[in-house]
Every structure is written in structure tokens, then in C-alpha cells.
Design a binder for this molecule. Structure first.
Ligand SMILES: Nc1ncnc2c1ncn2[C@@H]1O[C@H](COP(=O)(O)OP(=O)(O)OP(=O)(O)O)[C@@H](O)[C@H]1O
Ligand SMILES: [Mg+2]
Length: 461
């Protein structure tokens, strides 16, 4: 059986991050061929921290309303069995961190046009999120705060998506706490103002993205020479960043300028907005000449991760089949008593049936809506006829000796005690019972025009 979680069916675990587990999942009521989704289950130890939970919920509420092609869409969030979760768009691809690690191990970077396309995608997403306003038009000052390569997803069909806005602050707090207790982690993308724990705005994300871009161009982390978090934090705050031209000698000076401007320690000296940085980068990109037959993001990514691409394609297919099987076993139960050949045959037929059922669900949808209208009209008419029908309810007076007995009609408590008046149908047979302490009594009774009174002498049990 596949695990159920709130309104979702978890199909397969896809990753475990610092504070959450990510699952491939499906909404229980969605049709078979609909897109899978990703469920991020925040680890239980974070549920007990009220401050983090409040932050998580208030941010998720904001992010839920953000819709942009470069931001992973959040569909739903909440708490199930004491565990906070986010249901979001599933990105069939890789995170930029894995791609960069692979390239760094190989010692060969990515083609420049692809690097720029990725950064441009991230900047579009960031700019959109940074400009989020509430329904009254009030600017919300949304900042990601955890811009690192793992939170940039690239799909095998070439799309760039920023993820984890929803719990950005939680991660940030976790990182700082980690830093204070000197637990290892990745701090190389925090801005100086984040390290200082002073107030931050959108320019903090620009610094972090600058660190990512620097690393892509250099094919090595910005603070690769430092081996512990304390020295990285110190370097972010106090050390001059080595100019990218020294690390990548042949670099286009305009690109070098853009990266170094994003990495200014003083936020006032950086790009004021992601849109500003995007414009600067776009104009360089447009002026560069790239081979029209050069690699695309999708072909590059698939070439870098052929095994993952094939494996995940299979996982998605298998998940689909398992989902179908699960749906099916709800109906046909256990196959234990059959022999192997028979089981295989039954399963094949059953999968086909389940698929057909899903297909017919769609076909039925239109038909059903038409029917609903017709049924409503017919039911209204029937209700009218029923009201007008022959049924006549008459008042029947019910007495008992002794009085004060509870009255049961056809086994059901009427809630009344003798003497009482009941509304009964003329011509219909009723079993009337009486109960009072040790006294009981019962009779069959059919009300008629002449007989509208019941008087029962109760007997001791
Ligand atoms: N919506 C998604 N679709 C597909 N894969 C995802 C999705 N969200 C996250 N992932 C994958 O799961 C991994 C783990 O995510 P998670 O956010 O828990 O940790 P992280 O991104 O590595 O670190 P951080 O705690 O800084 O966010 C991601 O790096 C990414 O590869
Ligand atoms: Mg993440």
C-alpha cells in the first residue's frame, strides 16, 4: 500500500534535506494522468518551535499566492499528524547544487550561455517575488533568505525554478543557530547583513545569487580555500572578495563587473533590485555571439545526469502503476489464492480497467453535469408530488396506565412521554411500545378515521 498523507498519496521519497523530506506524491482525487506533485514534510523536531512554526505558516500563506514561471508553485500547506508540510509543483530535474558539484568534480564548467540563462531565470523569479504585494496593494518585502544552489531547480525540459521561499526564514534561522554552535553546514551564500543578523531586504538575495554566479563562472566555490563555517562567516563579513578576473582570467569584463557588483558588502553598492541586475546581464547576453547549435539547458542536463533522468522516468511510470494498483486493490482485494500466471493476468486486466475507469471519469464529467441539472428538476417535481400525495398524517392521542411512559415507535424513541399526541399515517401499521421503570407494554396499531386514540395498560416486567 502507498502511504497516505493528508489528501495525498506519497509515491516515492526523492530527497532528504537539512530540515525536511521531499516526496513525489499525488493528490488523492486527481486523475491518473495529472502531474505529480512534491510534498515537503518538515521534520518533526521543528514542529515544537512555536516561533519557527509561526514564521513557516505566515510565509507559506504569502508564497501560496505567488505565481510565476520561475518560482515553484505552492499548492497547499498545513499540518498533518503533527507534521508541517507543503504541497508544491514537482520539478522533474536536478537542483543546481548537484549540477555544480558534478561540474566541479569533472573540472569542466558549463557553457557561458547556459550559466547566464540560469541566472536570468532566477532573477526573473526573484524580482517577481520581491515585488509581492498583499491584496490591499501593500508591499510585503518578501526576501528568499536561503538562496543557495540547492534551492534552484532545473527541469529536464529546461525550466529554471526557485524553490523554498515558503520556509526561507526557518532555514535562515536554523543556519544562524548552526553557525553559533559551530555545526557544519553551507554558509557560503549568506549575505554580510544576514551574518551580522541585522535587518535584510531583497538586496541580500542579490548577494547570495552573486556568490552562486561567481561559483558557476569559477567552477569552484567562492570560499573554497576556507574549511570551516566560522572562517566563512568571517570572510563574508570582513575579507575582500577575490576579483573574479583573477580566478577566471579570460572572463568578459562586463560579466565580471556584474558579479562583483552583486557581491558588494555594502547593500547600497549592489544592484537595488533583481530587475536591475537582470537588465544588466540581459544586455551583455544579447551582445554575445553564441553558436546557434550550441547545447541547450535540457540537453546539457540530460547528458550530465543520464542515469538519474532514466531512473526518475521509470520511478514516475512505476509510481503511476502502483497508484493504479492501489486504487484497484480497493475493489478486488487479495490475489493470494491465485497462481502466479493468473495473478499477472488479473493485474494486467485490472490496470487496463483502472485506466479505463479514469478515462471514463473524464468522459462522465460532462455527462454528469448535464444529468445533475436534469436530476434537480425531476427531484423538485417528485418532491412536489410527494407533498401532494395521498399521505395523510393525523394526530393520535396516546395514553398509558400508569402515565409518564416513554413512547417508542417501530423500535425508535420518539422522545415523548404519555400522555402525548403523535402524528401518524392513516392506514399504516405501527408497533408502539411503552417503557416506564418496571412497567412495559406494546401493541400493533393502525390509525384510521375511526381509531385515533391509543390507551394501553402497562404490565410489570
Ligand atoms: N518541488 C520540488 N520538485 C523536485 N525536487 C525538489 C522539490 N523541492 C525540493 N526538491 C529536491 O529536494 C532536495 C532537498 O530539498 P530541501 O529543501 O529539503 O533541502 P535543500 O534544498 O538541499 O536545502 P535547504 O534546507 O537549504 O533548502 C532539493 O535540493 C531538491 O533537489
Ligand atoms: Mg531546499
Amino acid at each position: 500500500m502507498l502511504e497516505k498523507f493528508d489528501n495525498y498519496q506519497l509515491l516515492s521519497k526523492i530527497a532528504t534535506g537539512g530540515m525536511a523530506e521531499i516526496y513525489l506524491a499525488k493528490h488523492m482525487n486527481s486523475p491518473v494522468n495529472s502531474m505529480p506533485i512534491a510534498i515537503k514534510k518538515v521534520l518533526k523536531q521543528f514542529s515544537s518551535n512555536q516561533t519557527l512554526v509561526k514564521m513557516f505558516l505566515s510565509e507559506a500563506r504569502i508564497i501560496c499566492n505567488i505565481s510565476h514561471e520561475n518560482i515553484v508553485r505552492i499548492y497547499d500547506f498545513g499540518k498533518f499528524e503533527n507534521q508541517y508540510f507543503i504541497a508544491m509543483e514537482y520539478v522533474f530535474g536536478q537542483n543546481l547544487g548537484s549540477l555544480m558539484n558534478k561540474l566541479q568534480q569533472r573540472g569542466s564548467g558549463m557553457p557561458l550561455n547556459l550559466m547566464i540563462e540560469i541566472i536570468l531565470g532566477v532573477l526573473s523569479g526573484l524580482d517577481h517575488a520581491h515585488n509581492t504585494k498583499d491584496k490591499n496593494g501593500v508591499f510585503l518585502n518578501v526576501v528568499h533568505l536561503d538562496m543557495n544552489p540547492n534551492n534552484i531547480l532545473i527541469s529536464y525540459d529546461g525550466k529554471i525554478k526557485v524553490v523554498d521561499f515558503g520556509i526561507a526564514n526557518v532555514n535562515y534561522t536554523k543556519k544562524l543557530k548552526g553557525a553559533l554552535t559551530s555545526i557544519q553546514g553551507t554558509y557560503g551564500y549568506l549575505s554580510p547583513e544576514q551574518c551580522r543578523e541585522s535587518s535584510v531586504d531583497r538586496r541580500s538575495d542579490i548577494f547570495s545569487l552573486g556568490a552562486i554566479f561567481y561559483e558557476m563562472l569559477a567552477n569552484a566555490p567562492l570560499f573554497k580555500h576556507l574549511d570551516n563555517d566560522a572562517s566563512i562567516l568571517n570572510a563574508i563579513l570582513n575579507e575582500k572578495i577575490r576579483p573574479i578576473q583573477e580566478v577566471v582570467p579570460g572572463i568578459d569584463p562586463r560579466i565580471a563587473k556584474i558579479v562583483m557588483k552583486a557581491l558588494e558588502k555594502d547593500p547600497d553598492r549592489r544592484y537595488a533590485t533583481a530587475a536591475e541586475m537582470k537588465d544588466a546581464l540581459m544586455s551583455v547576453y544579447n551582445s554575445l555571439e553564441f553558436d546557434p547549435n550550441s547545447e541547450t539547458i535540457q540537453s546539457f542536463l540530460k547528458k550530465m545526469f543520464p542515469a538519474h533522468f532514466i531512473k526518475m522516468t521509470k520511478v514516475l511510470e512505476r509510481a503511476q502503476t502502483e497508484y493504479l494498483m492501489d486504487e484497484l486493490f480497493k475493489d478486488i482485494g487479495d490475489l493470494e489464492e491465485l497462481d502466479l500466471k493468473e495473478k499477472v493476468r488479473v493485474k494486467e486486466v485490472a490496470i487496463e480497467k483502472a485506466k479505463e475507469r479514469e478515462r471514463s471519469k473524464f468522459r462522465s464529467a460532462l455527462f454528469i453535469s448535464g444529468c445533475i441539472a436534469a436530476v434537480l428538476i425531476v427531484s423538485a417535481f417528485v418532491a412536489y408530488l410527494v407533498l401532494r400525495s395521498e399521505i395523510e398524517l393525523e394526530n393520535v392521542a396516546v395514553f398509558s396506565t400508569p402515565p409518564g411512559a416513554e413512547i417508542f415507535i417501530n423500535g425508535e424513541d420518539t422522545g415523548k412521554m404519555t400522555p402525548a399526541t403523535l402524528q401518524l399515517e392513516i392506514g399504516k401499521n405501527y408497533i408502539i411500545e411503552f417503557r416506564k421503570d418496571d412497567f412495559i407494554g406494546g401493541m400493533n396499531f393502525t390509525p384510521s378515521e375511526k381509531s385515533r386514540e391509543v390507551n394501553m395498560v402497562l404490565k410489570k416486567r
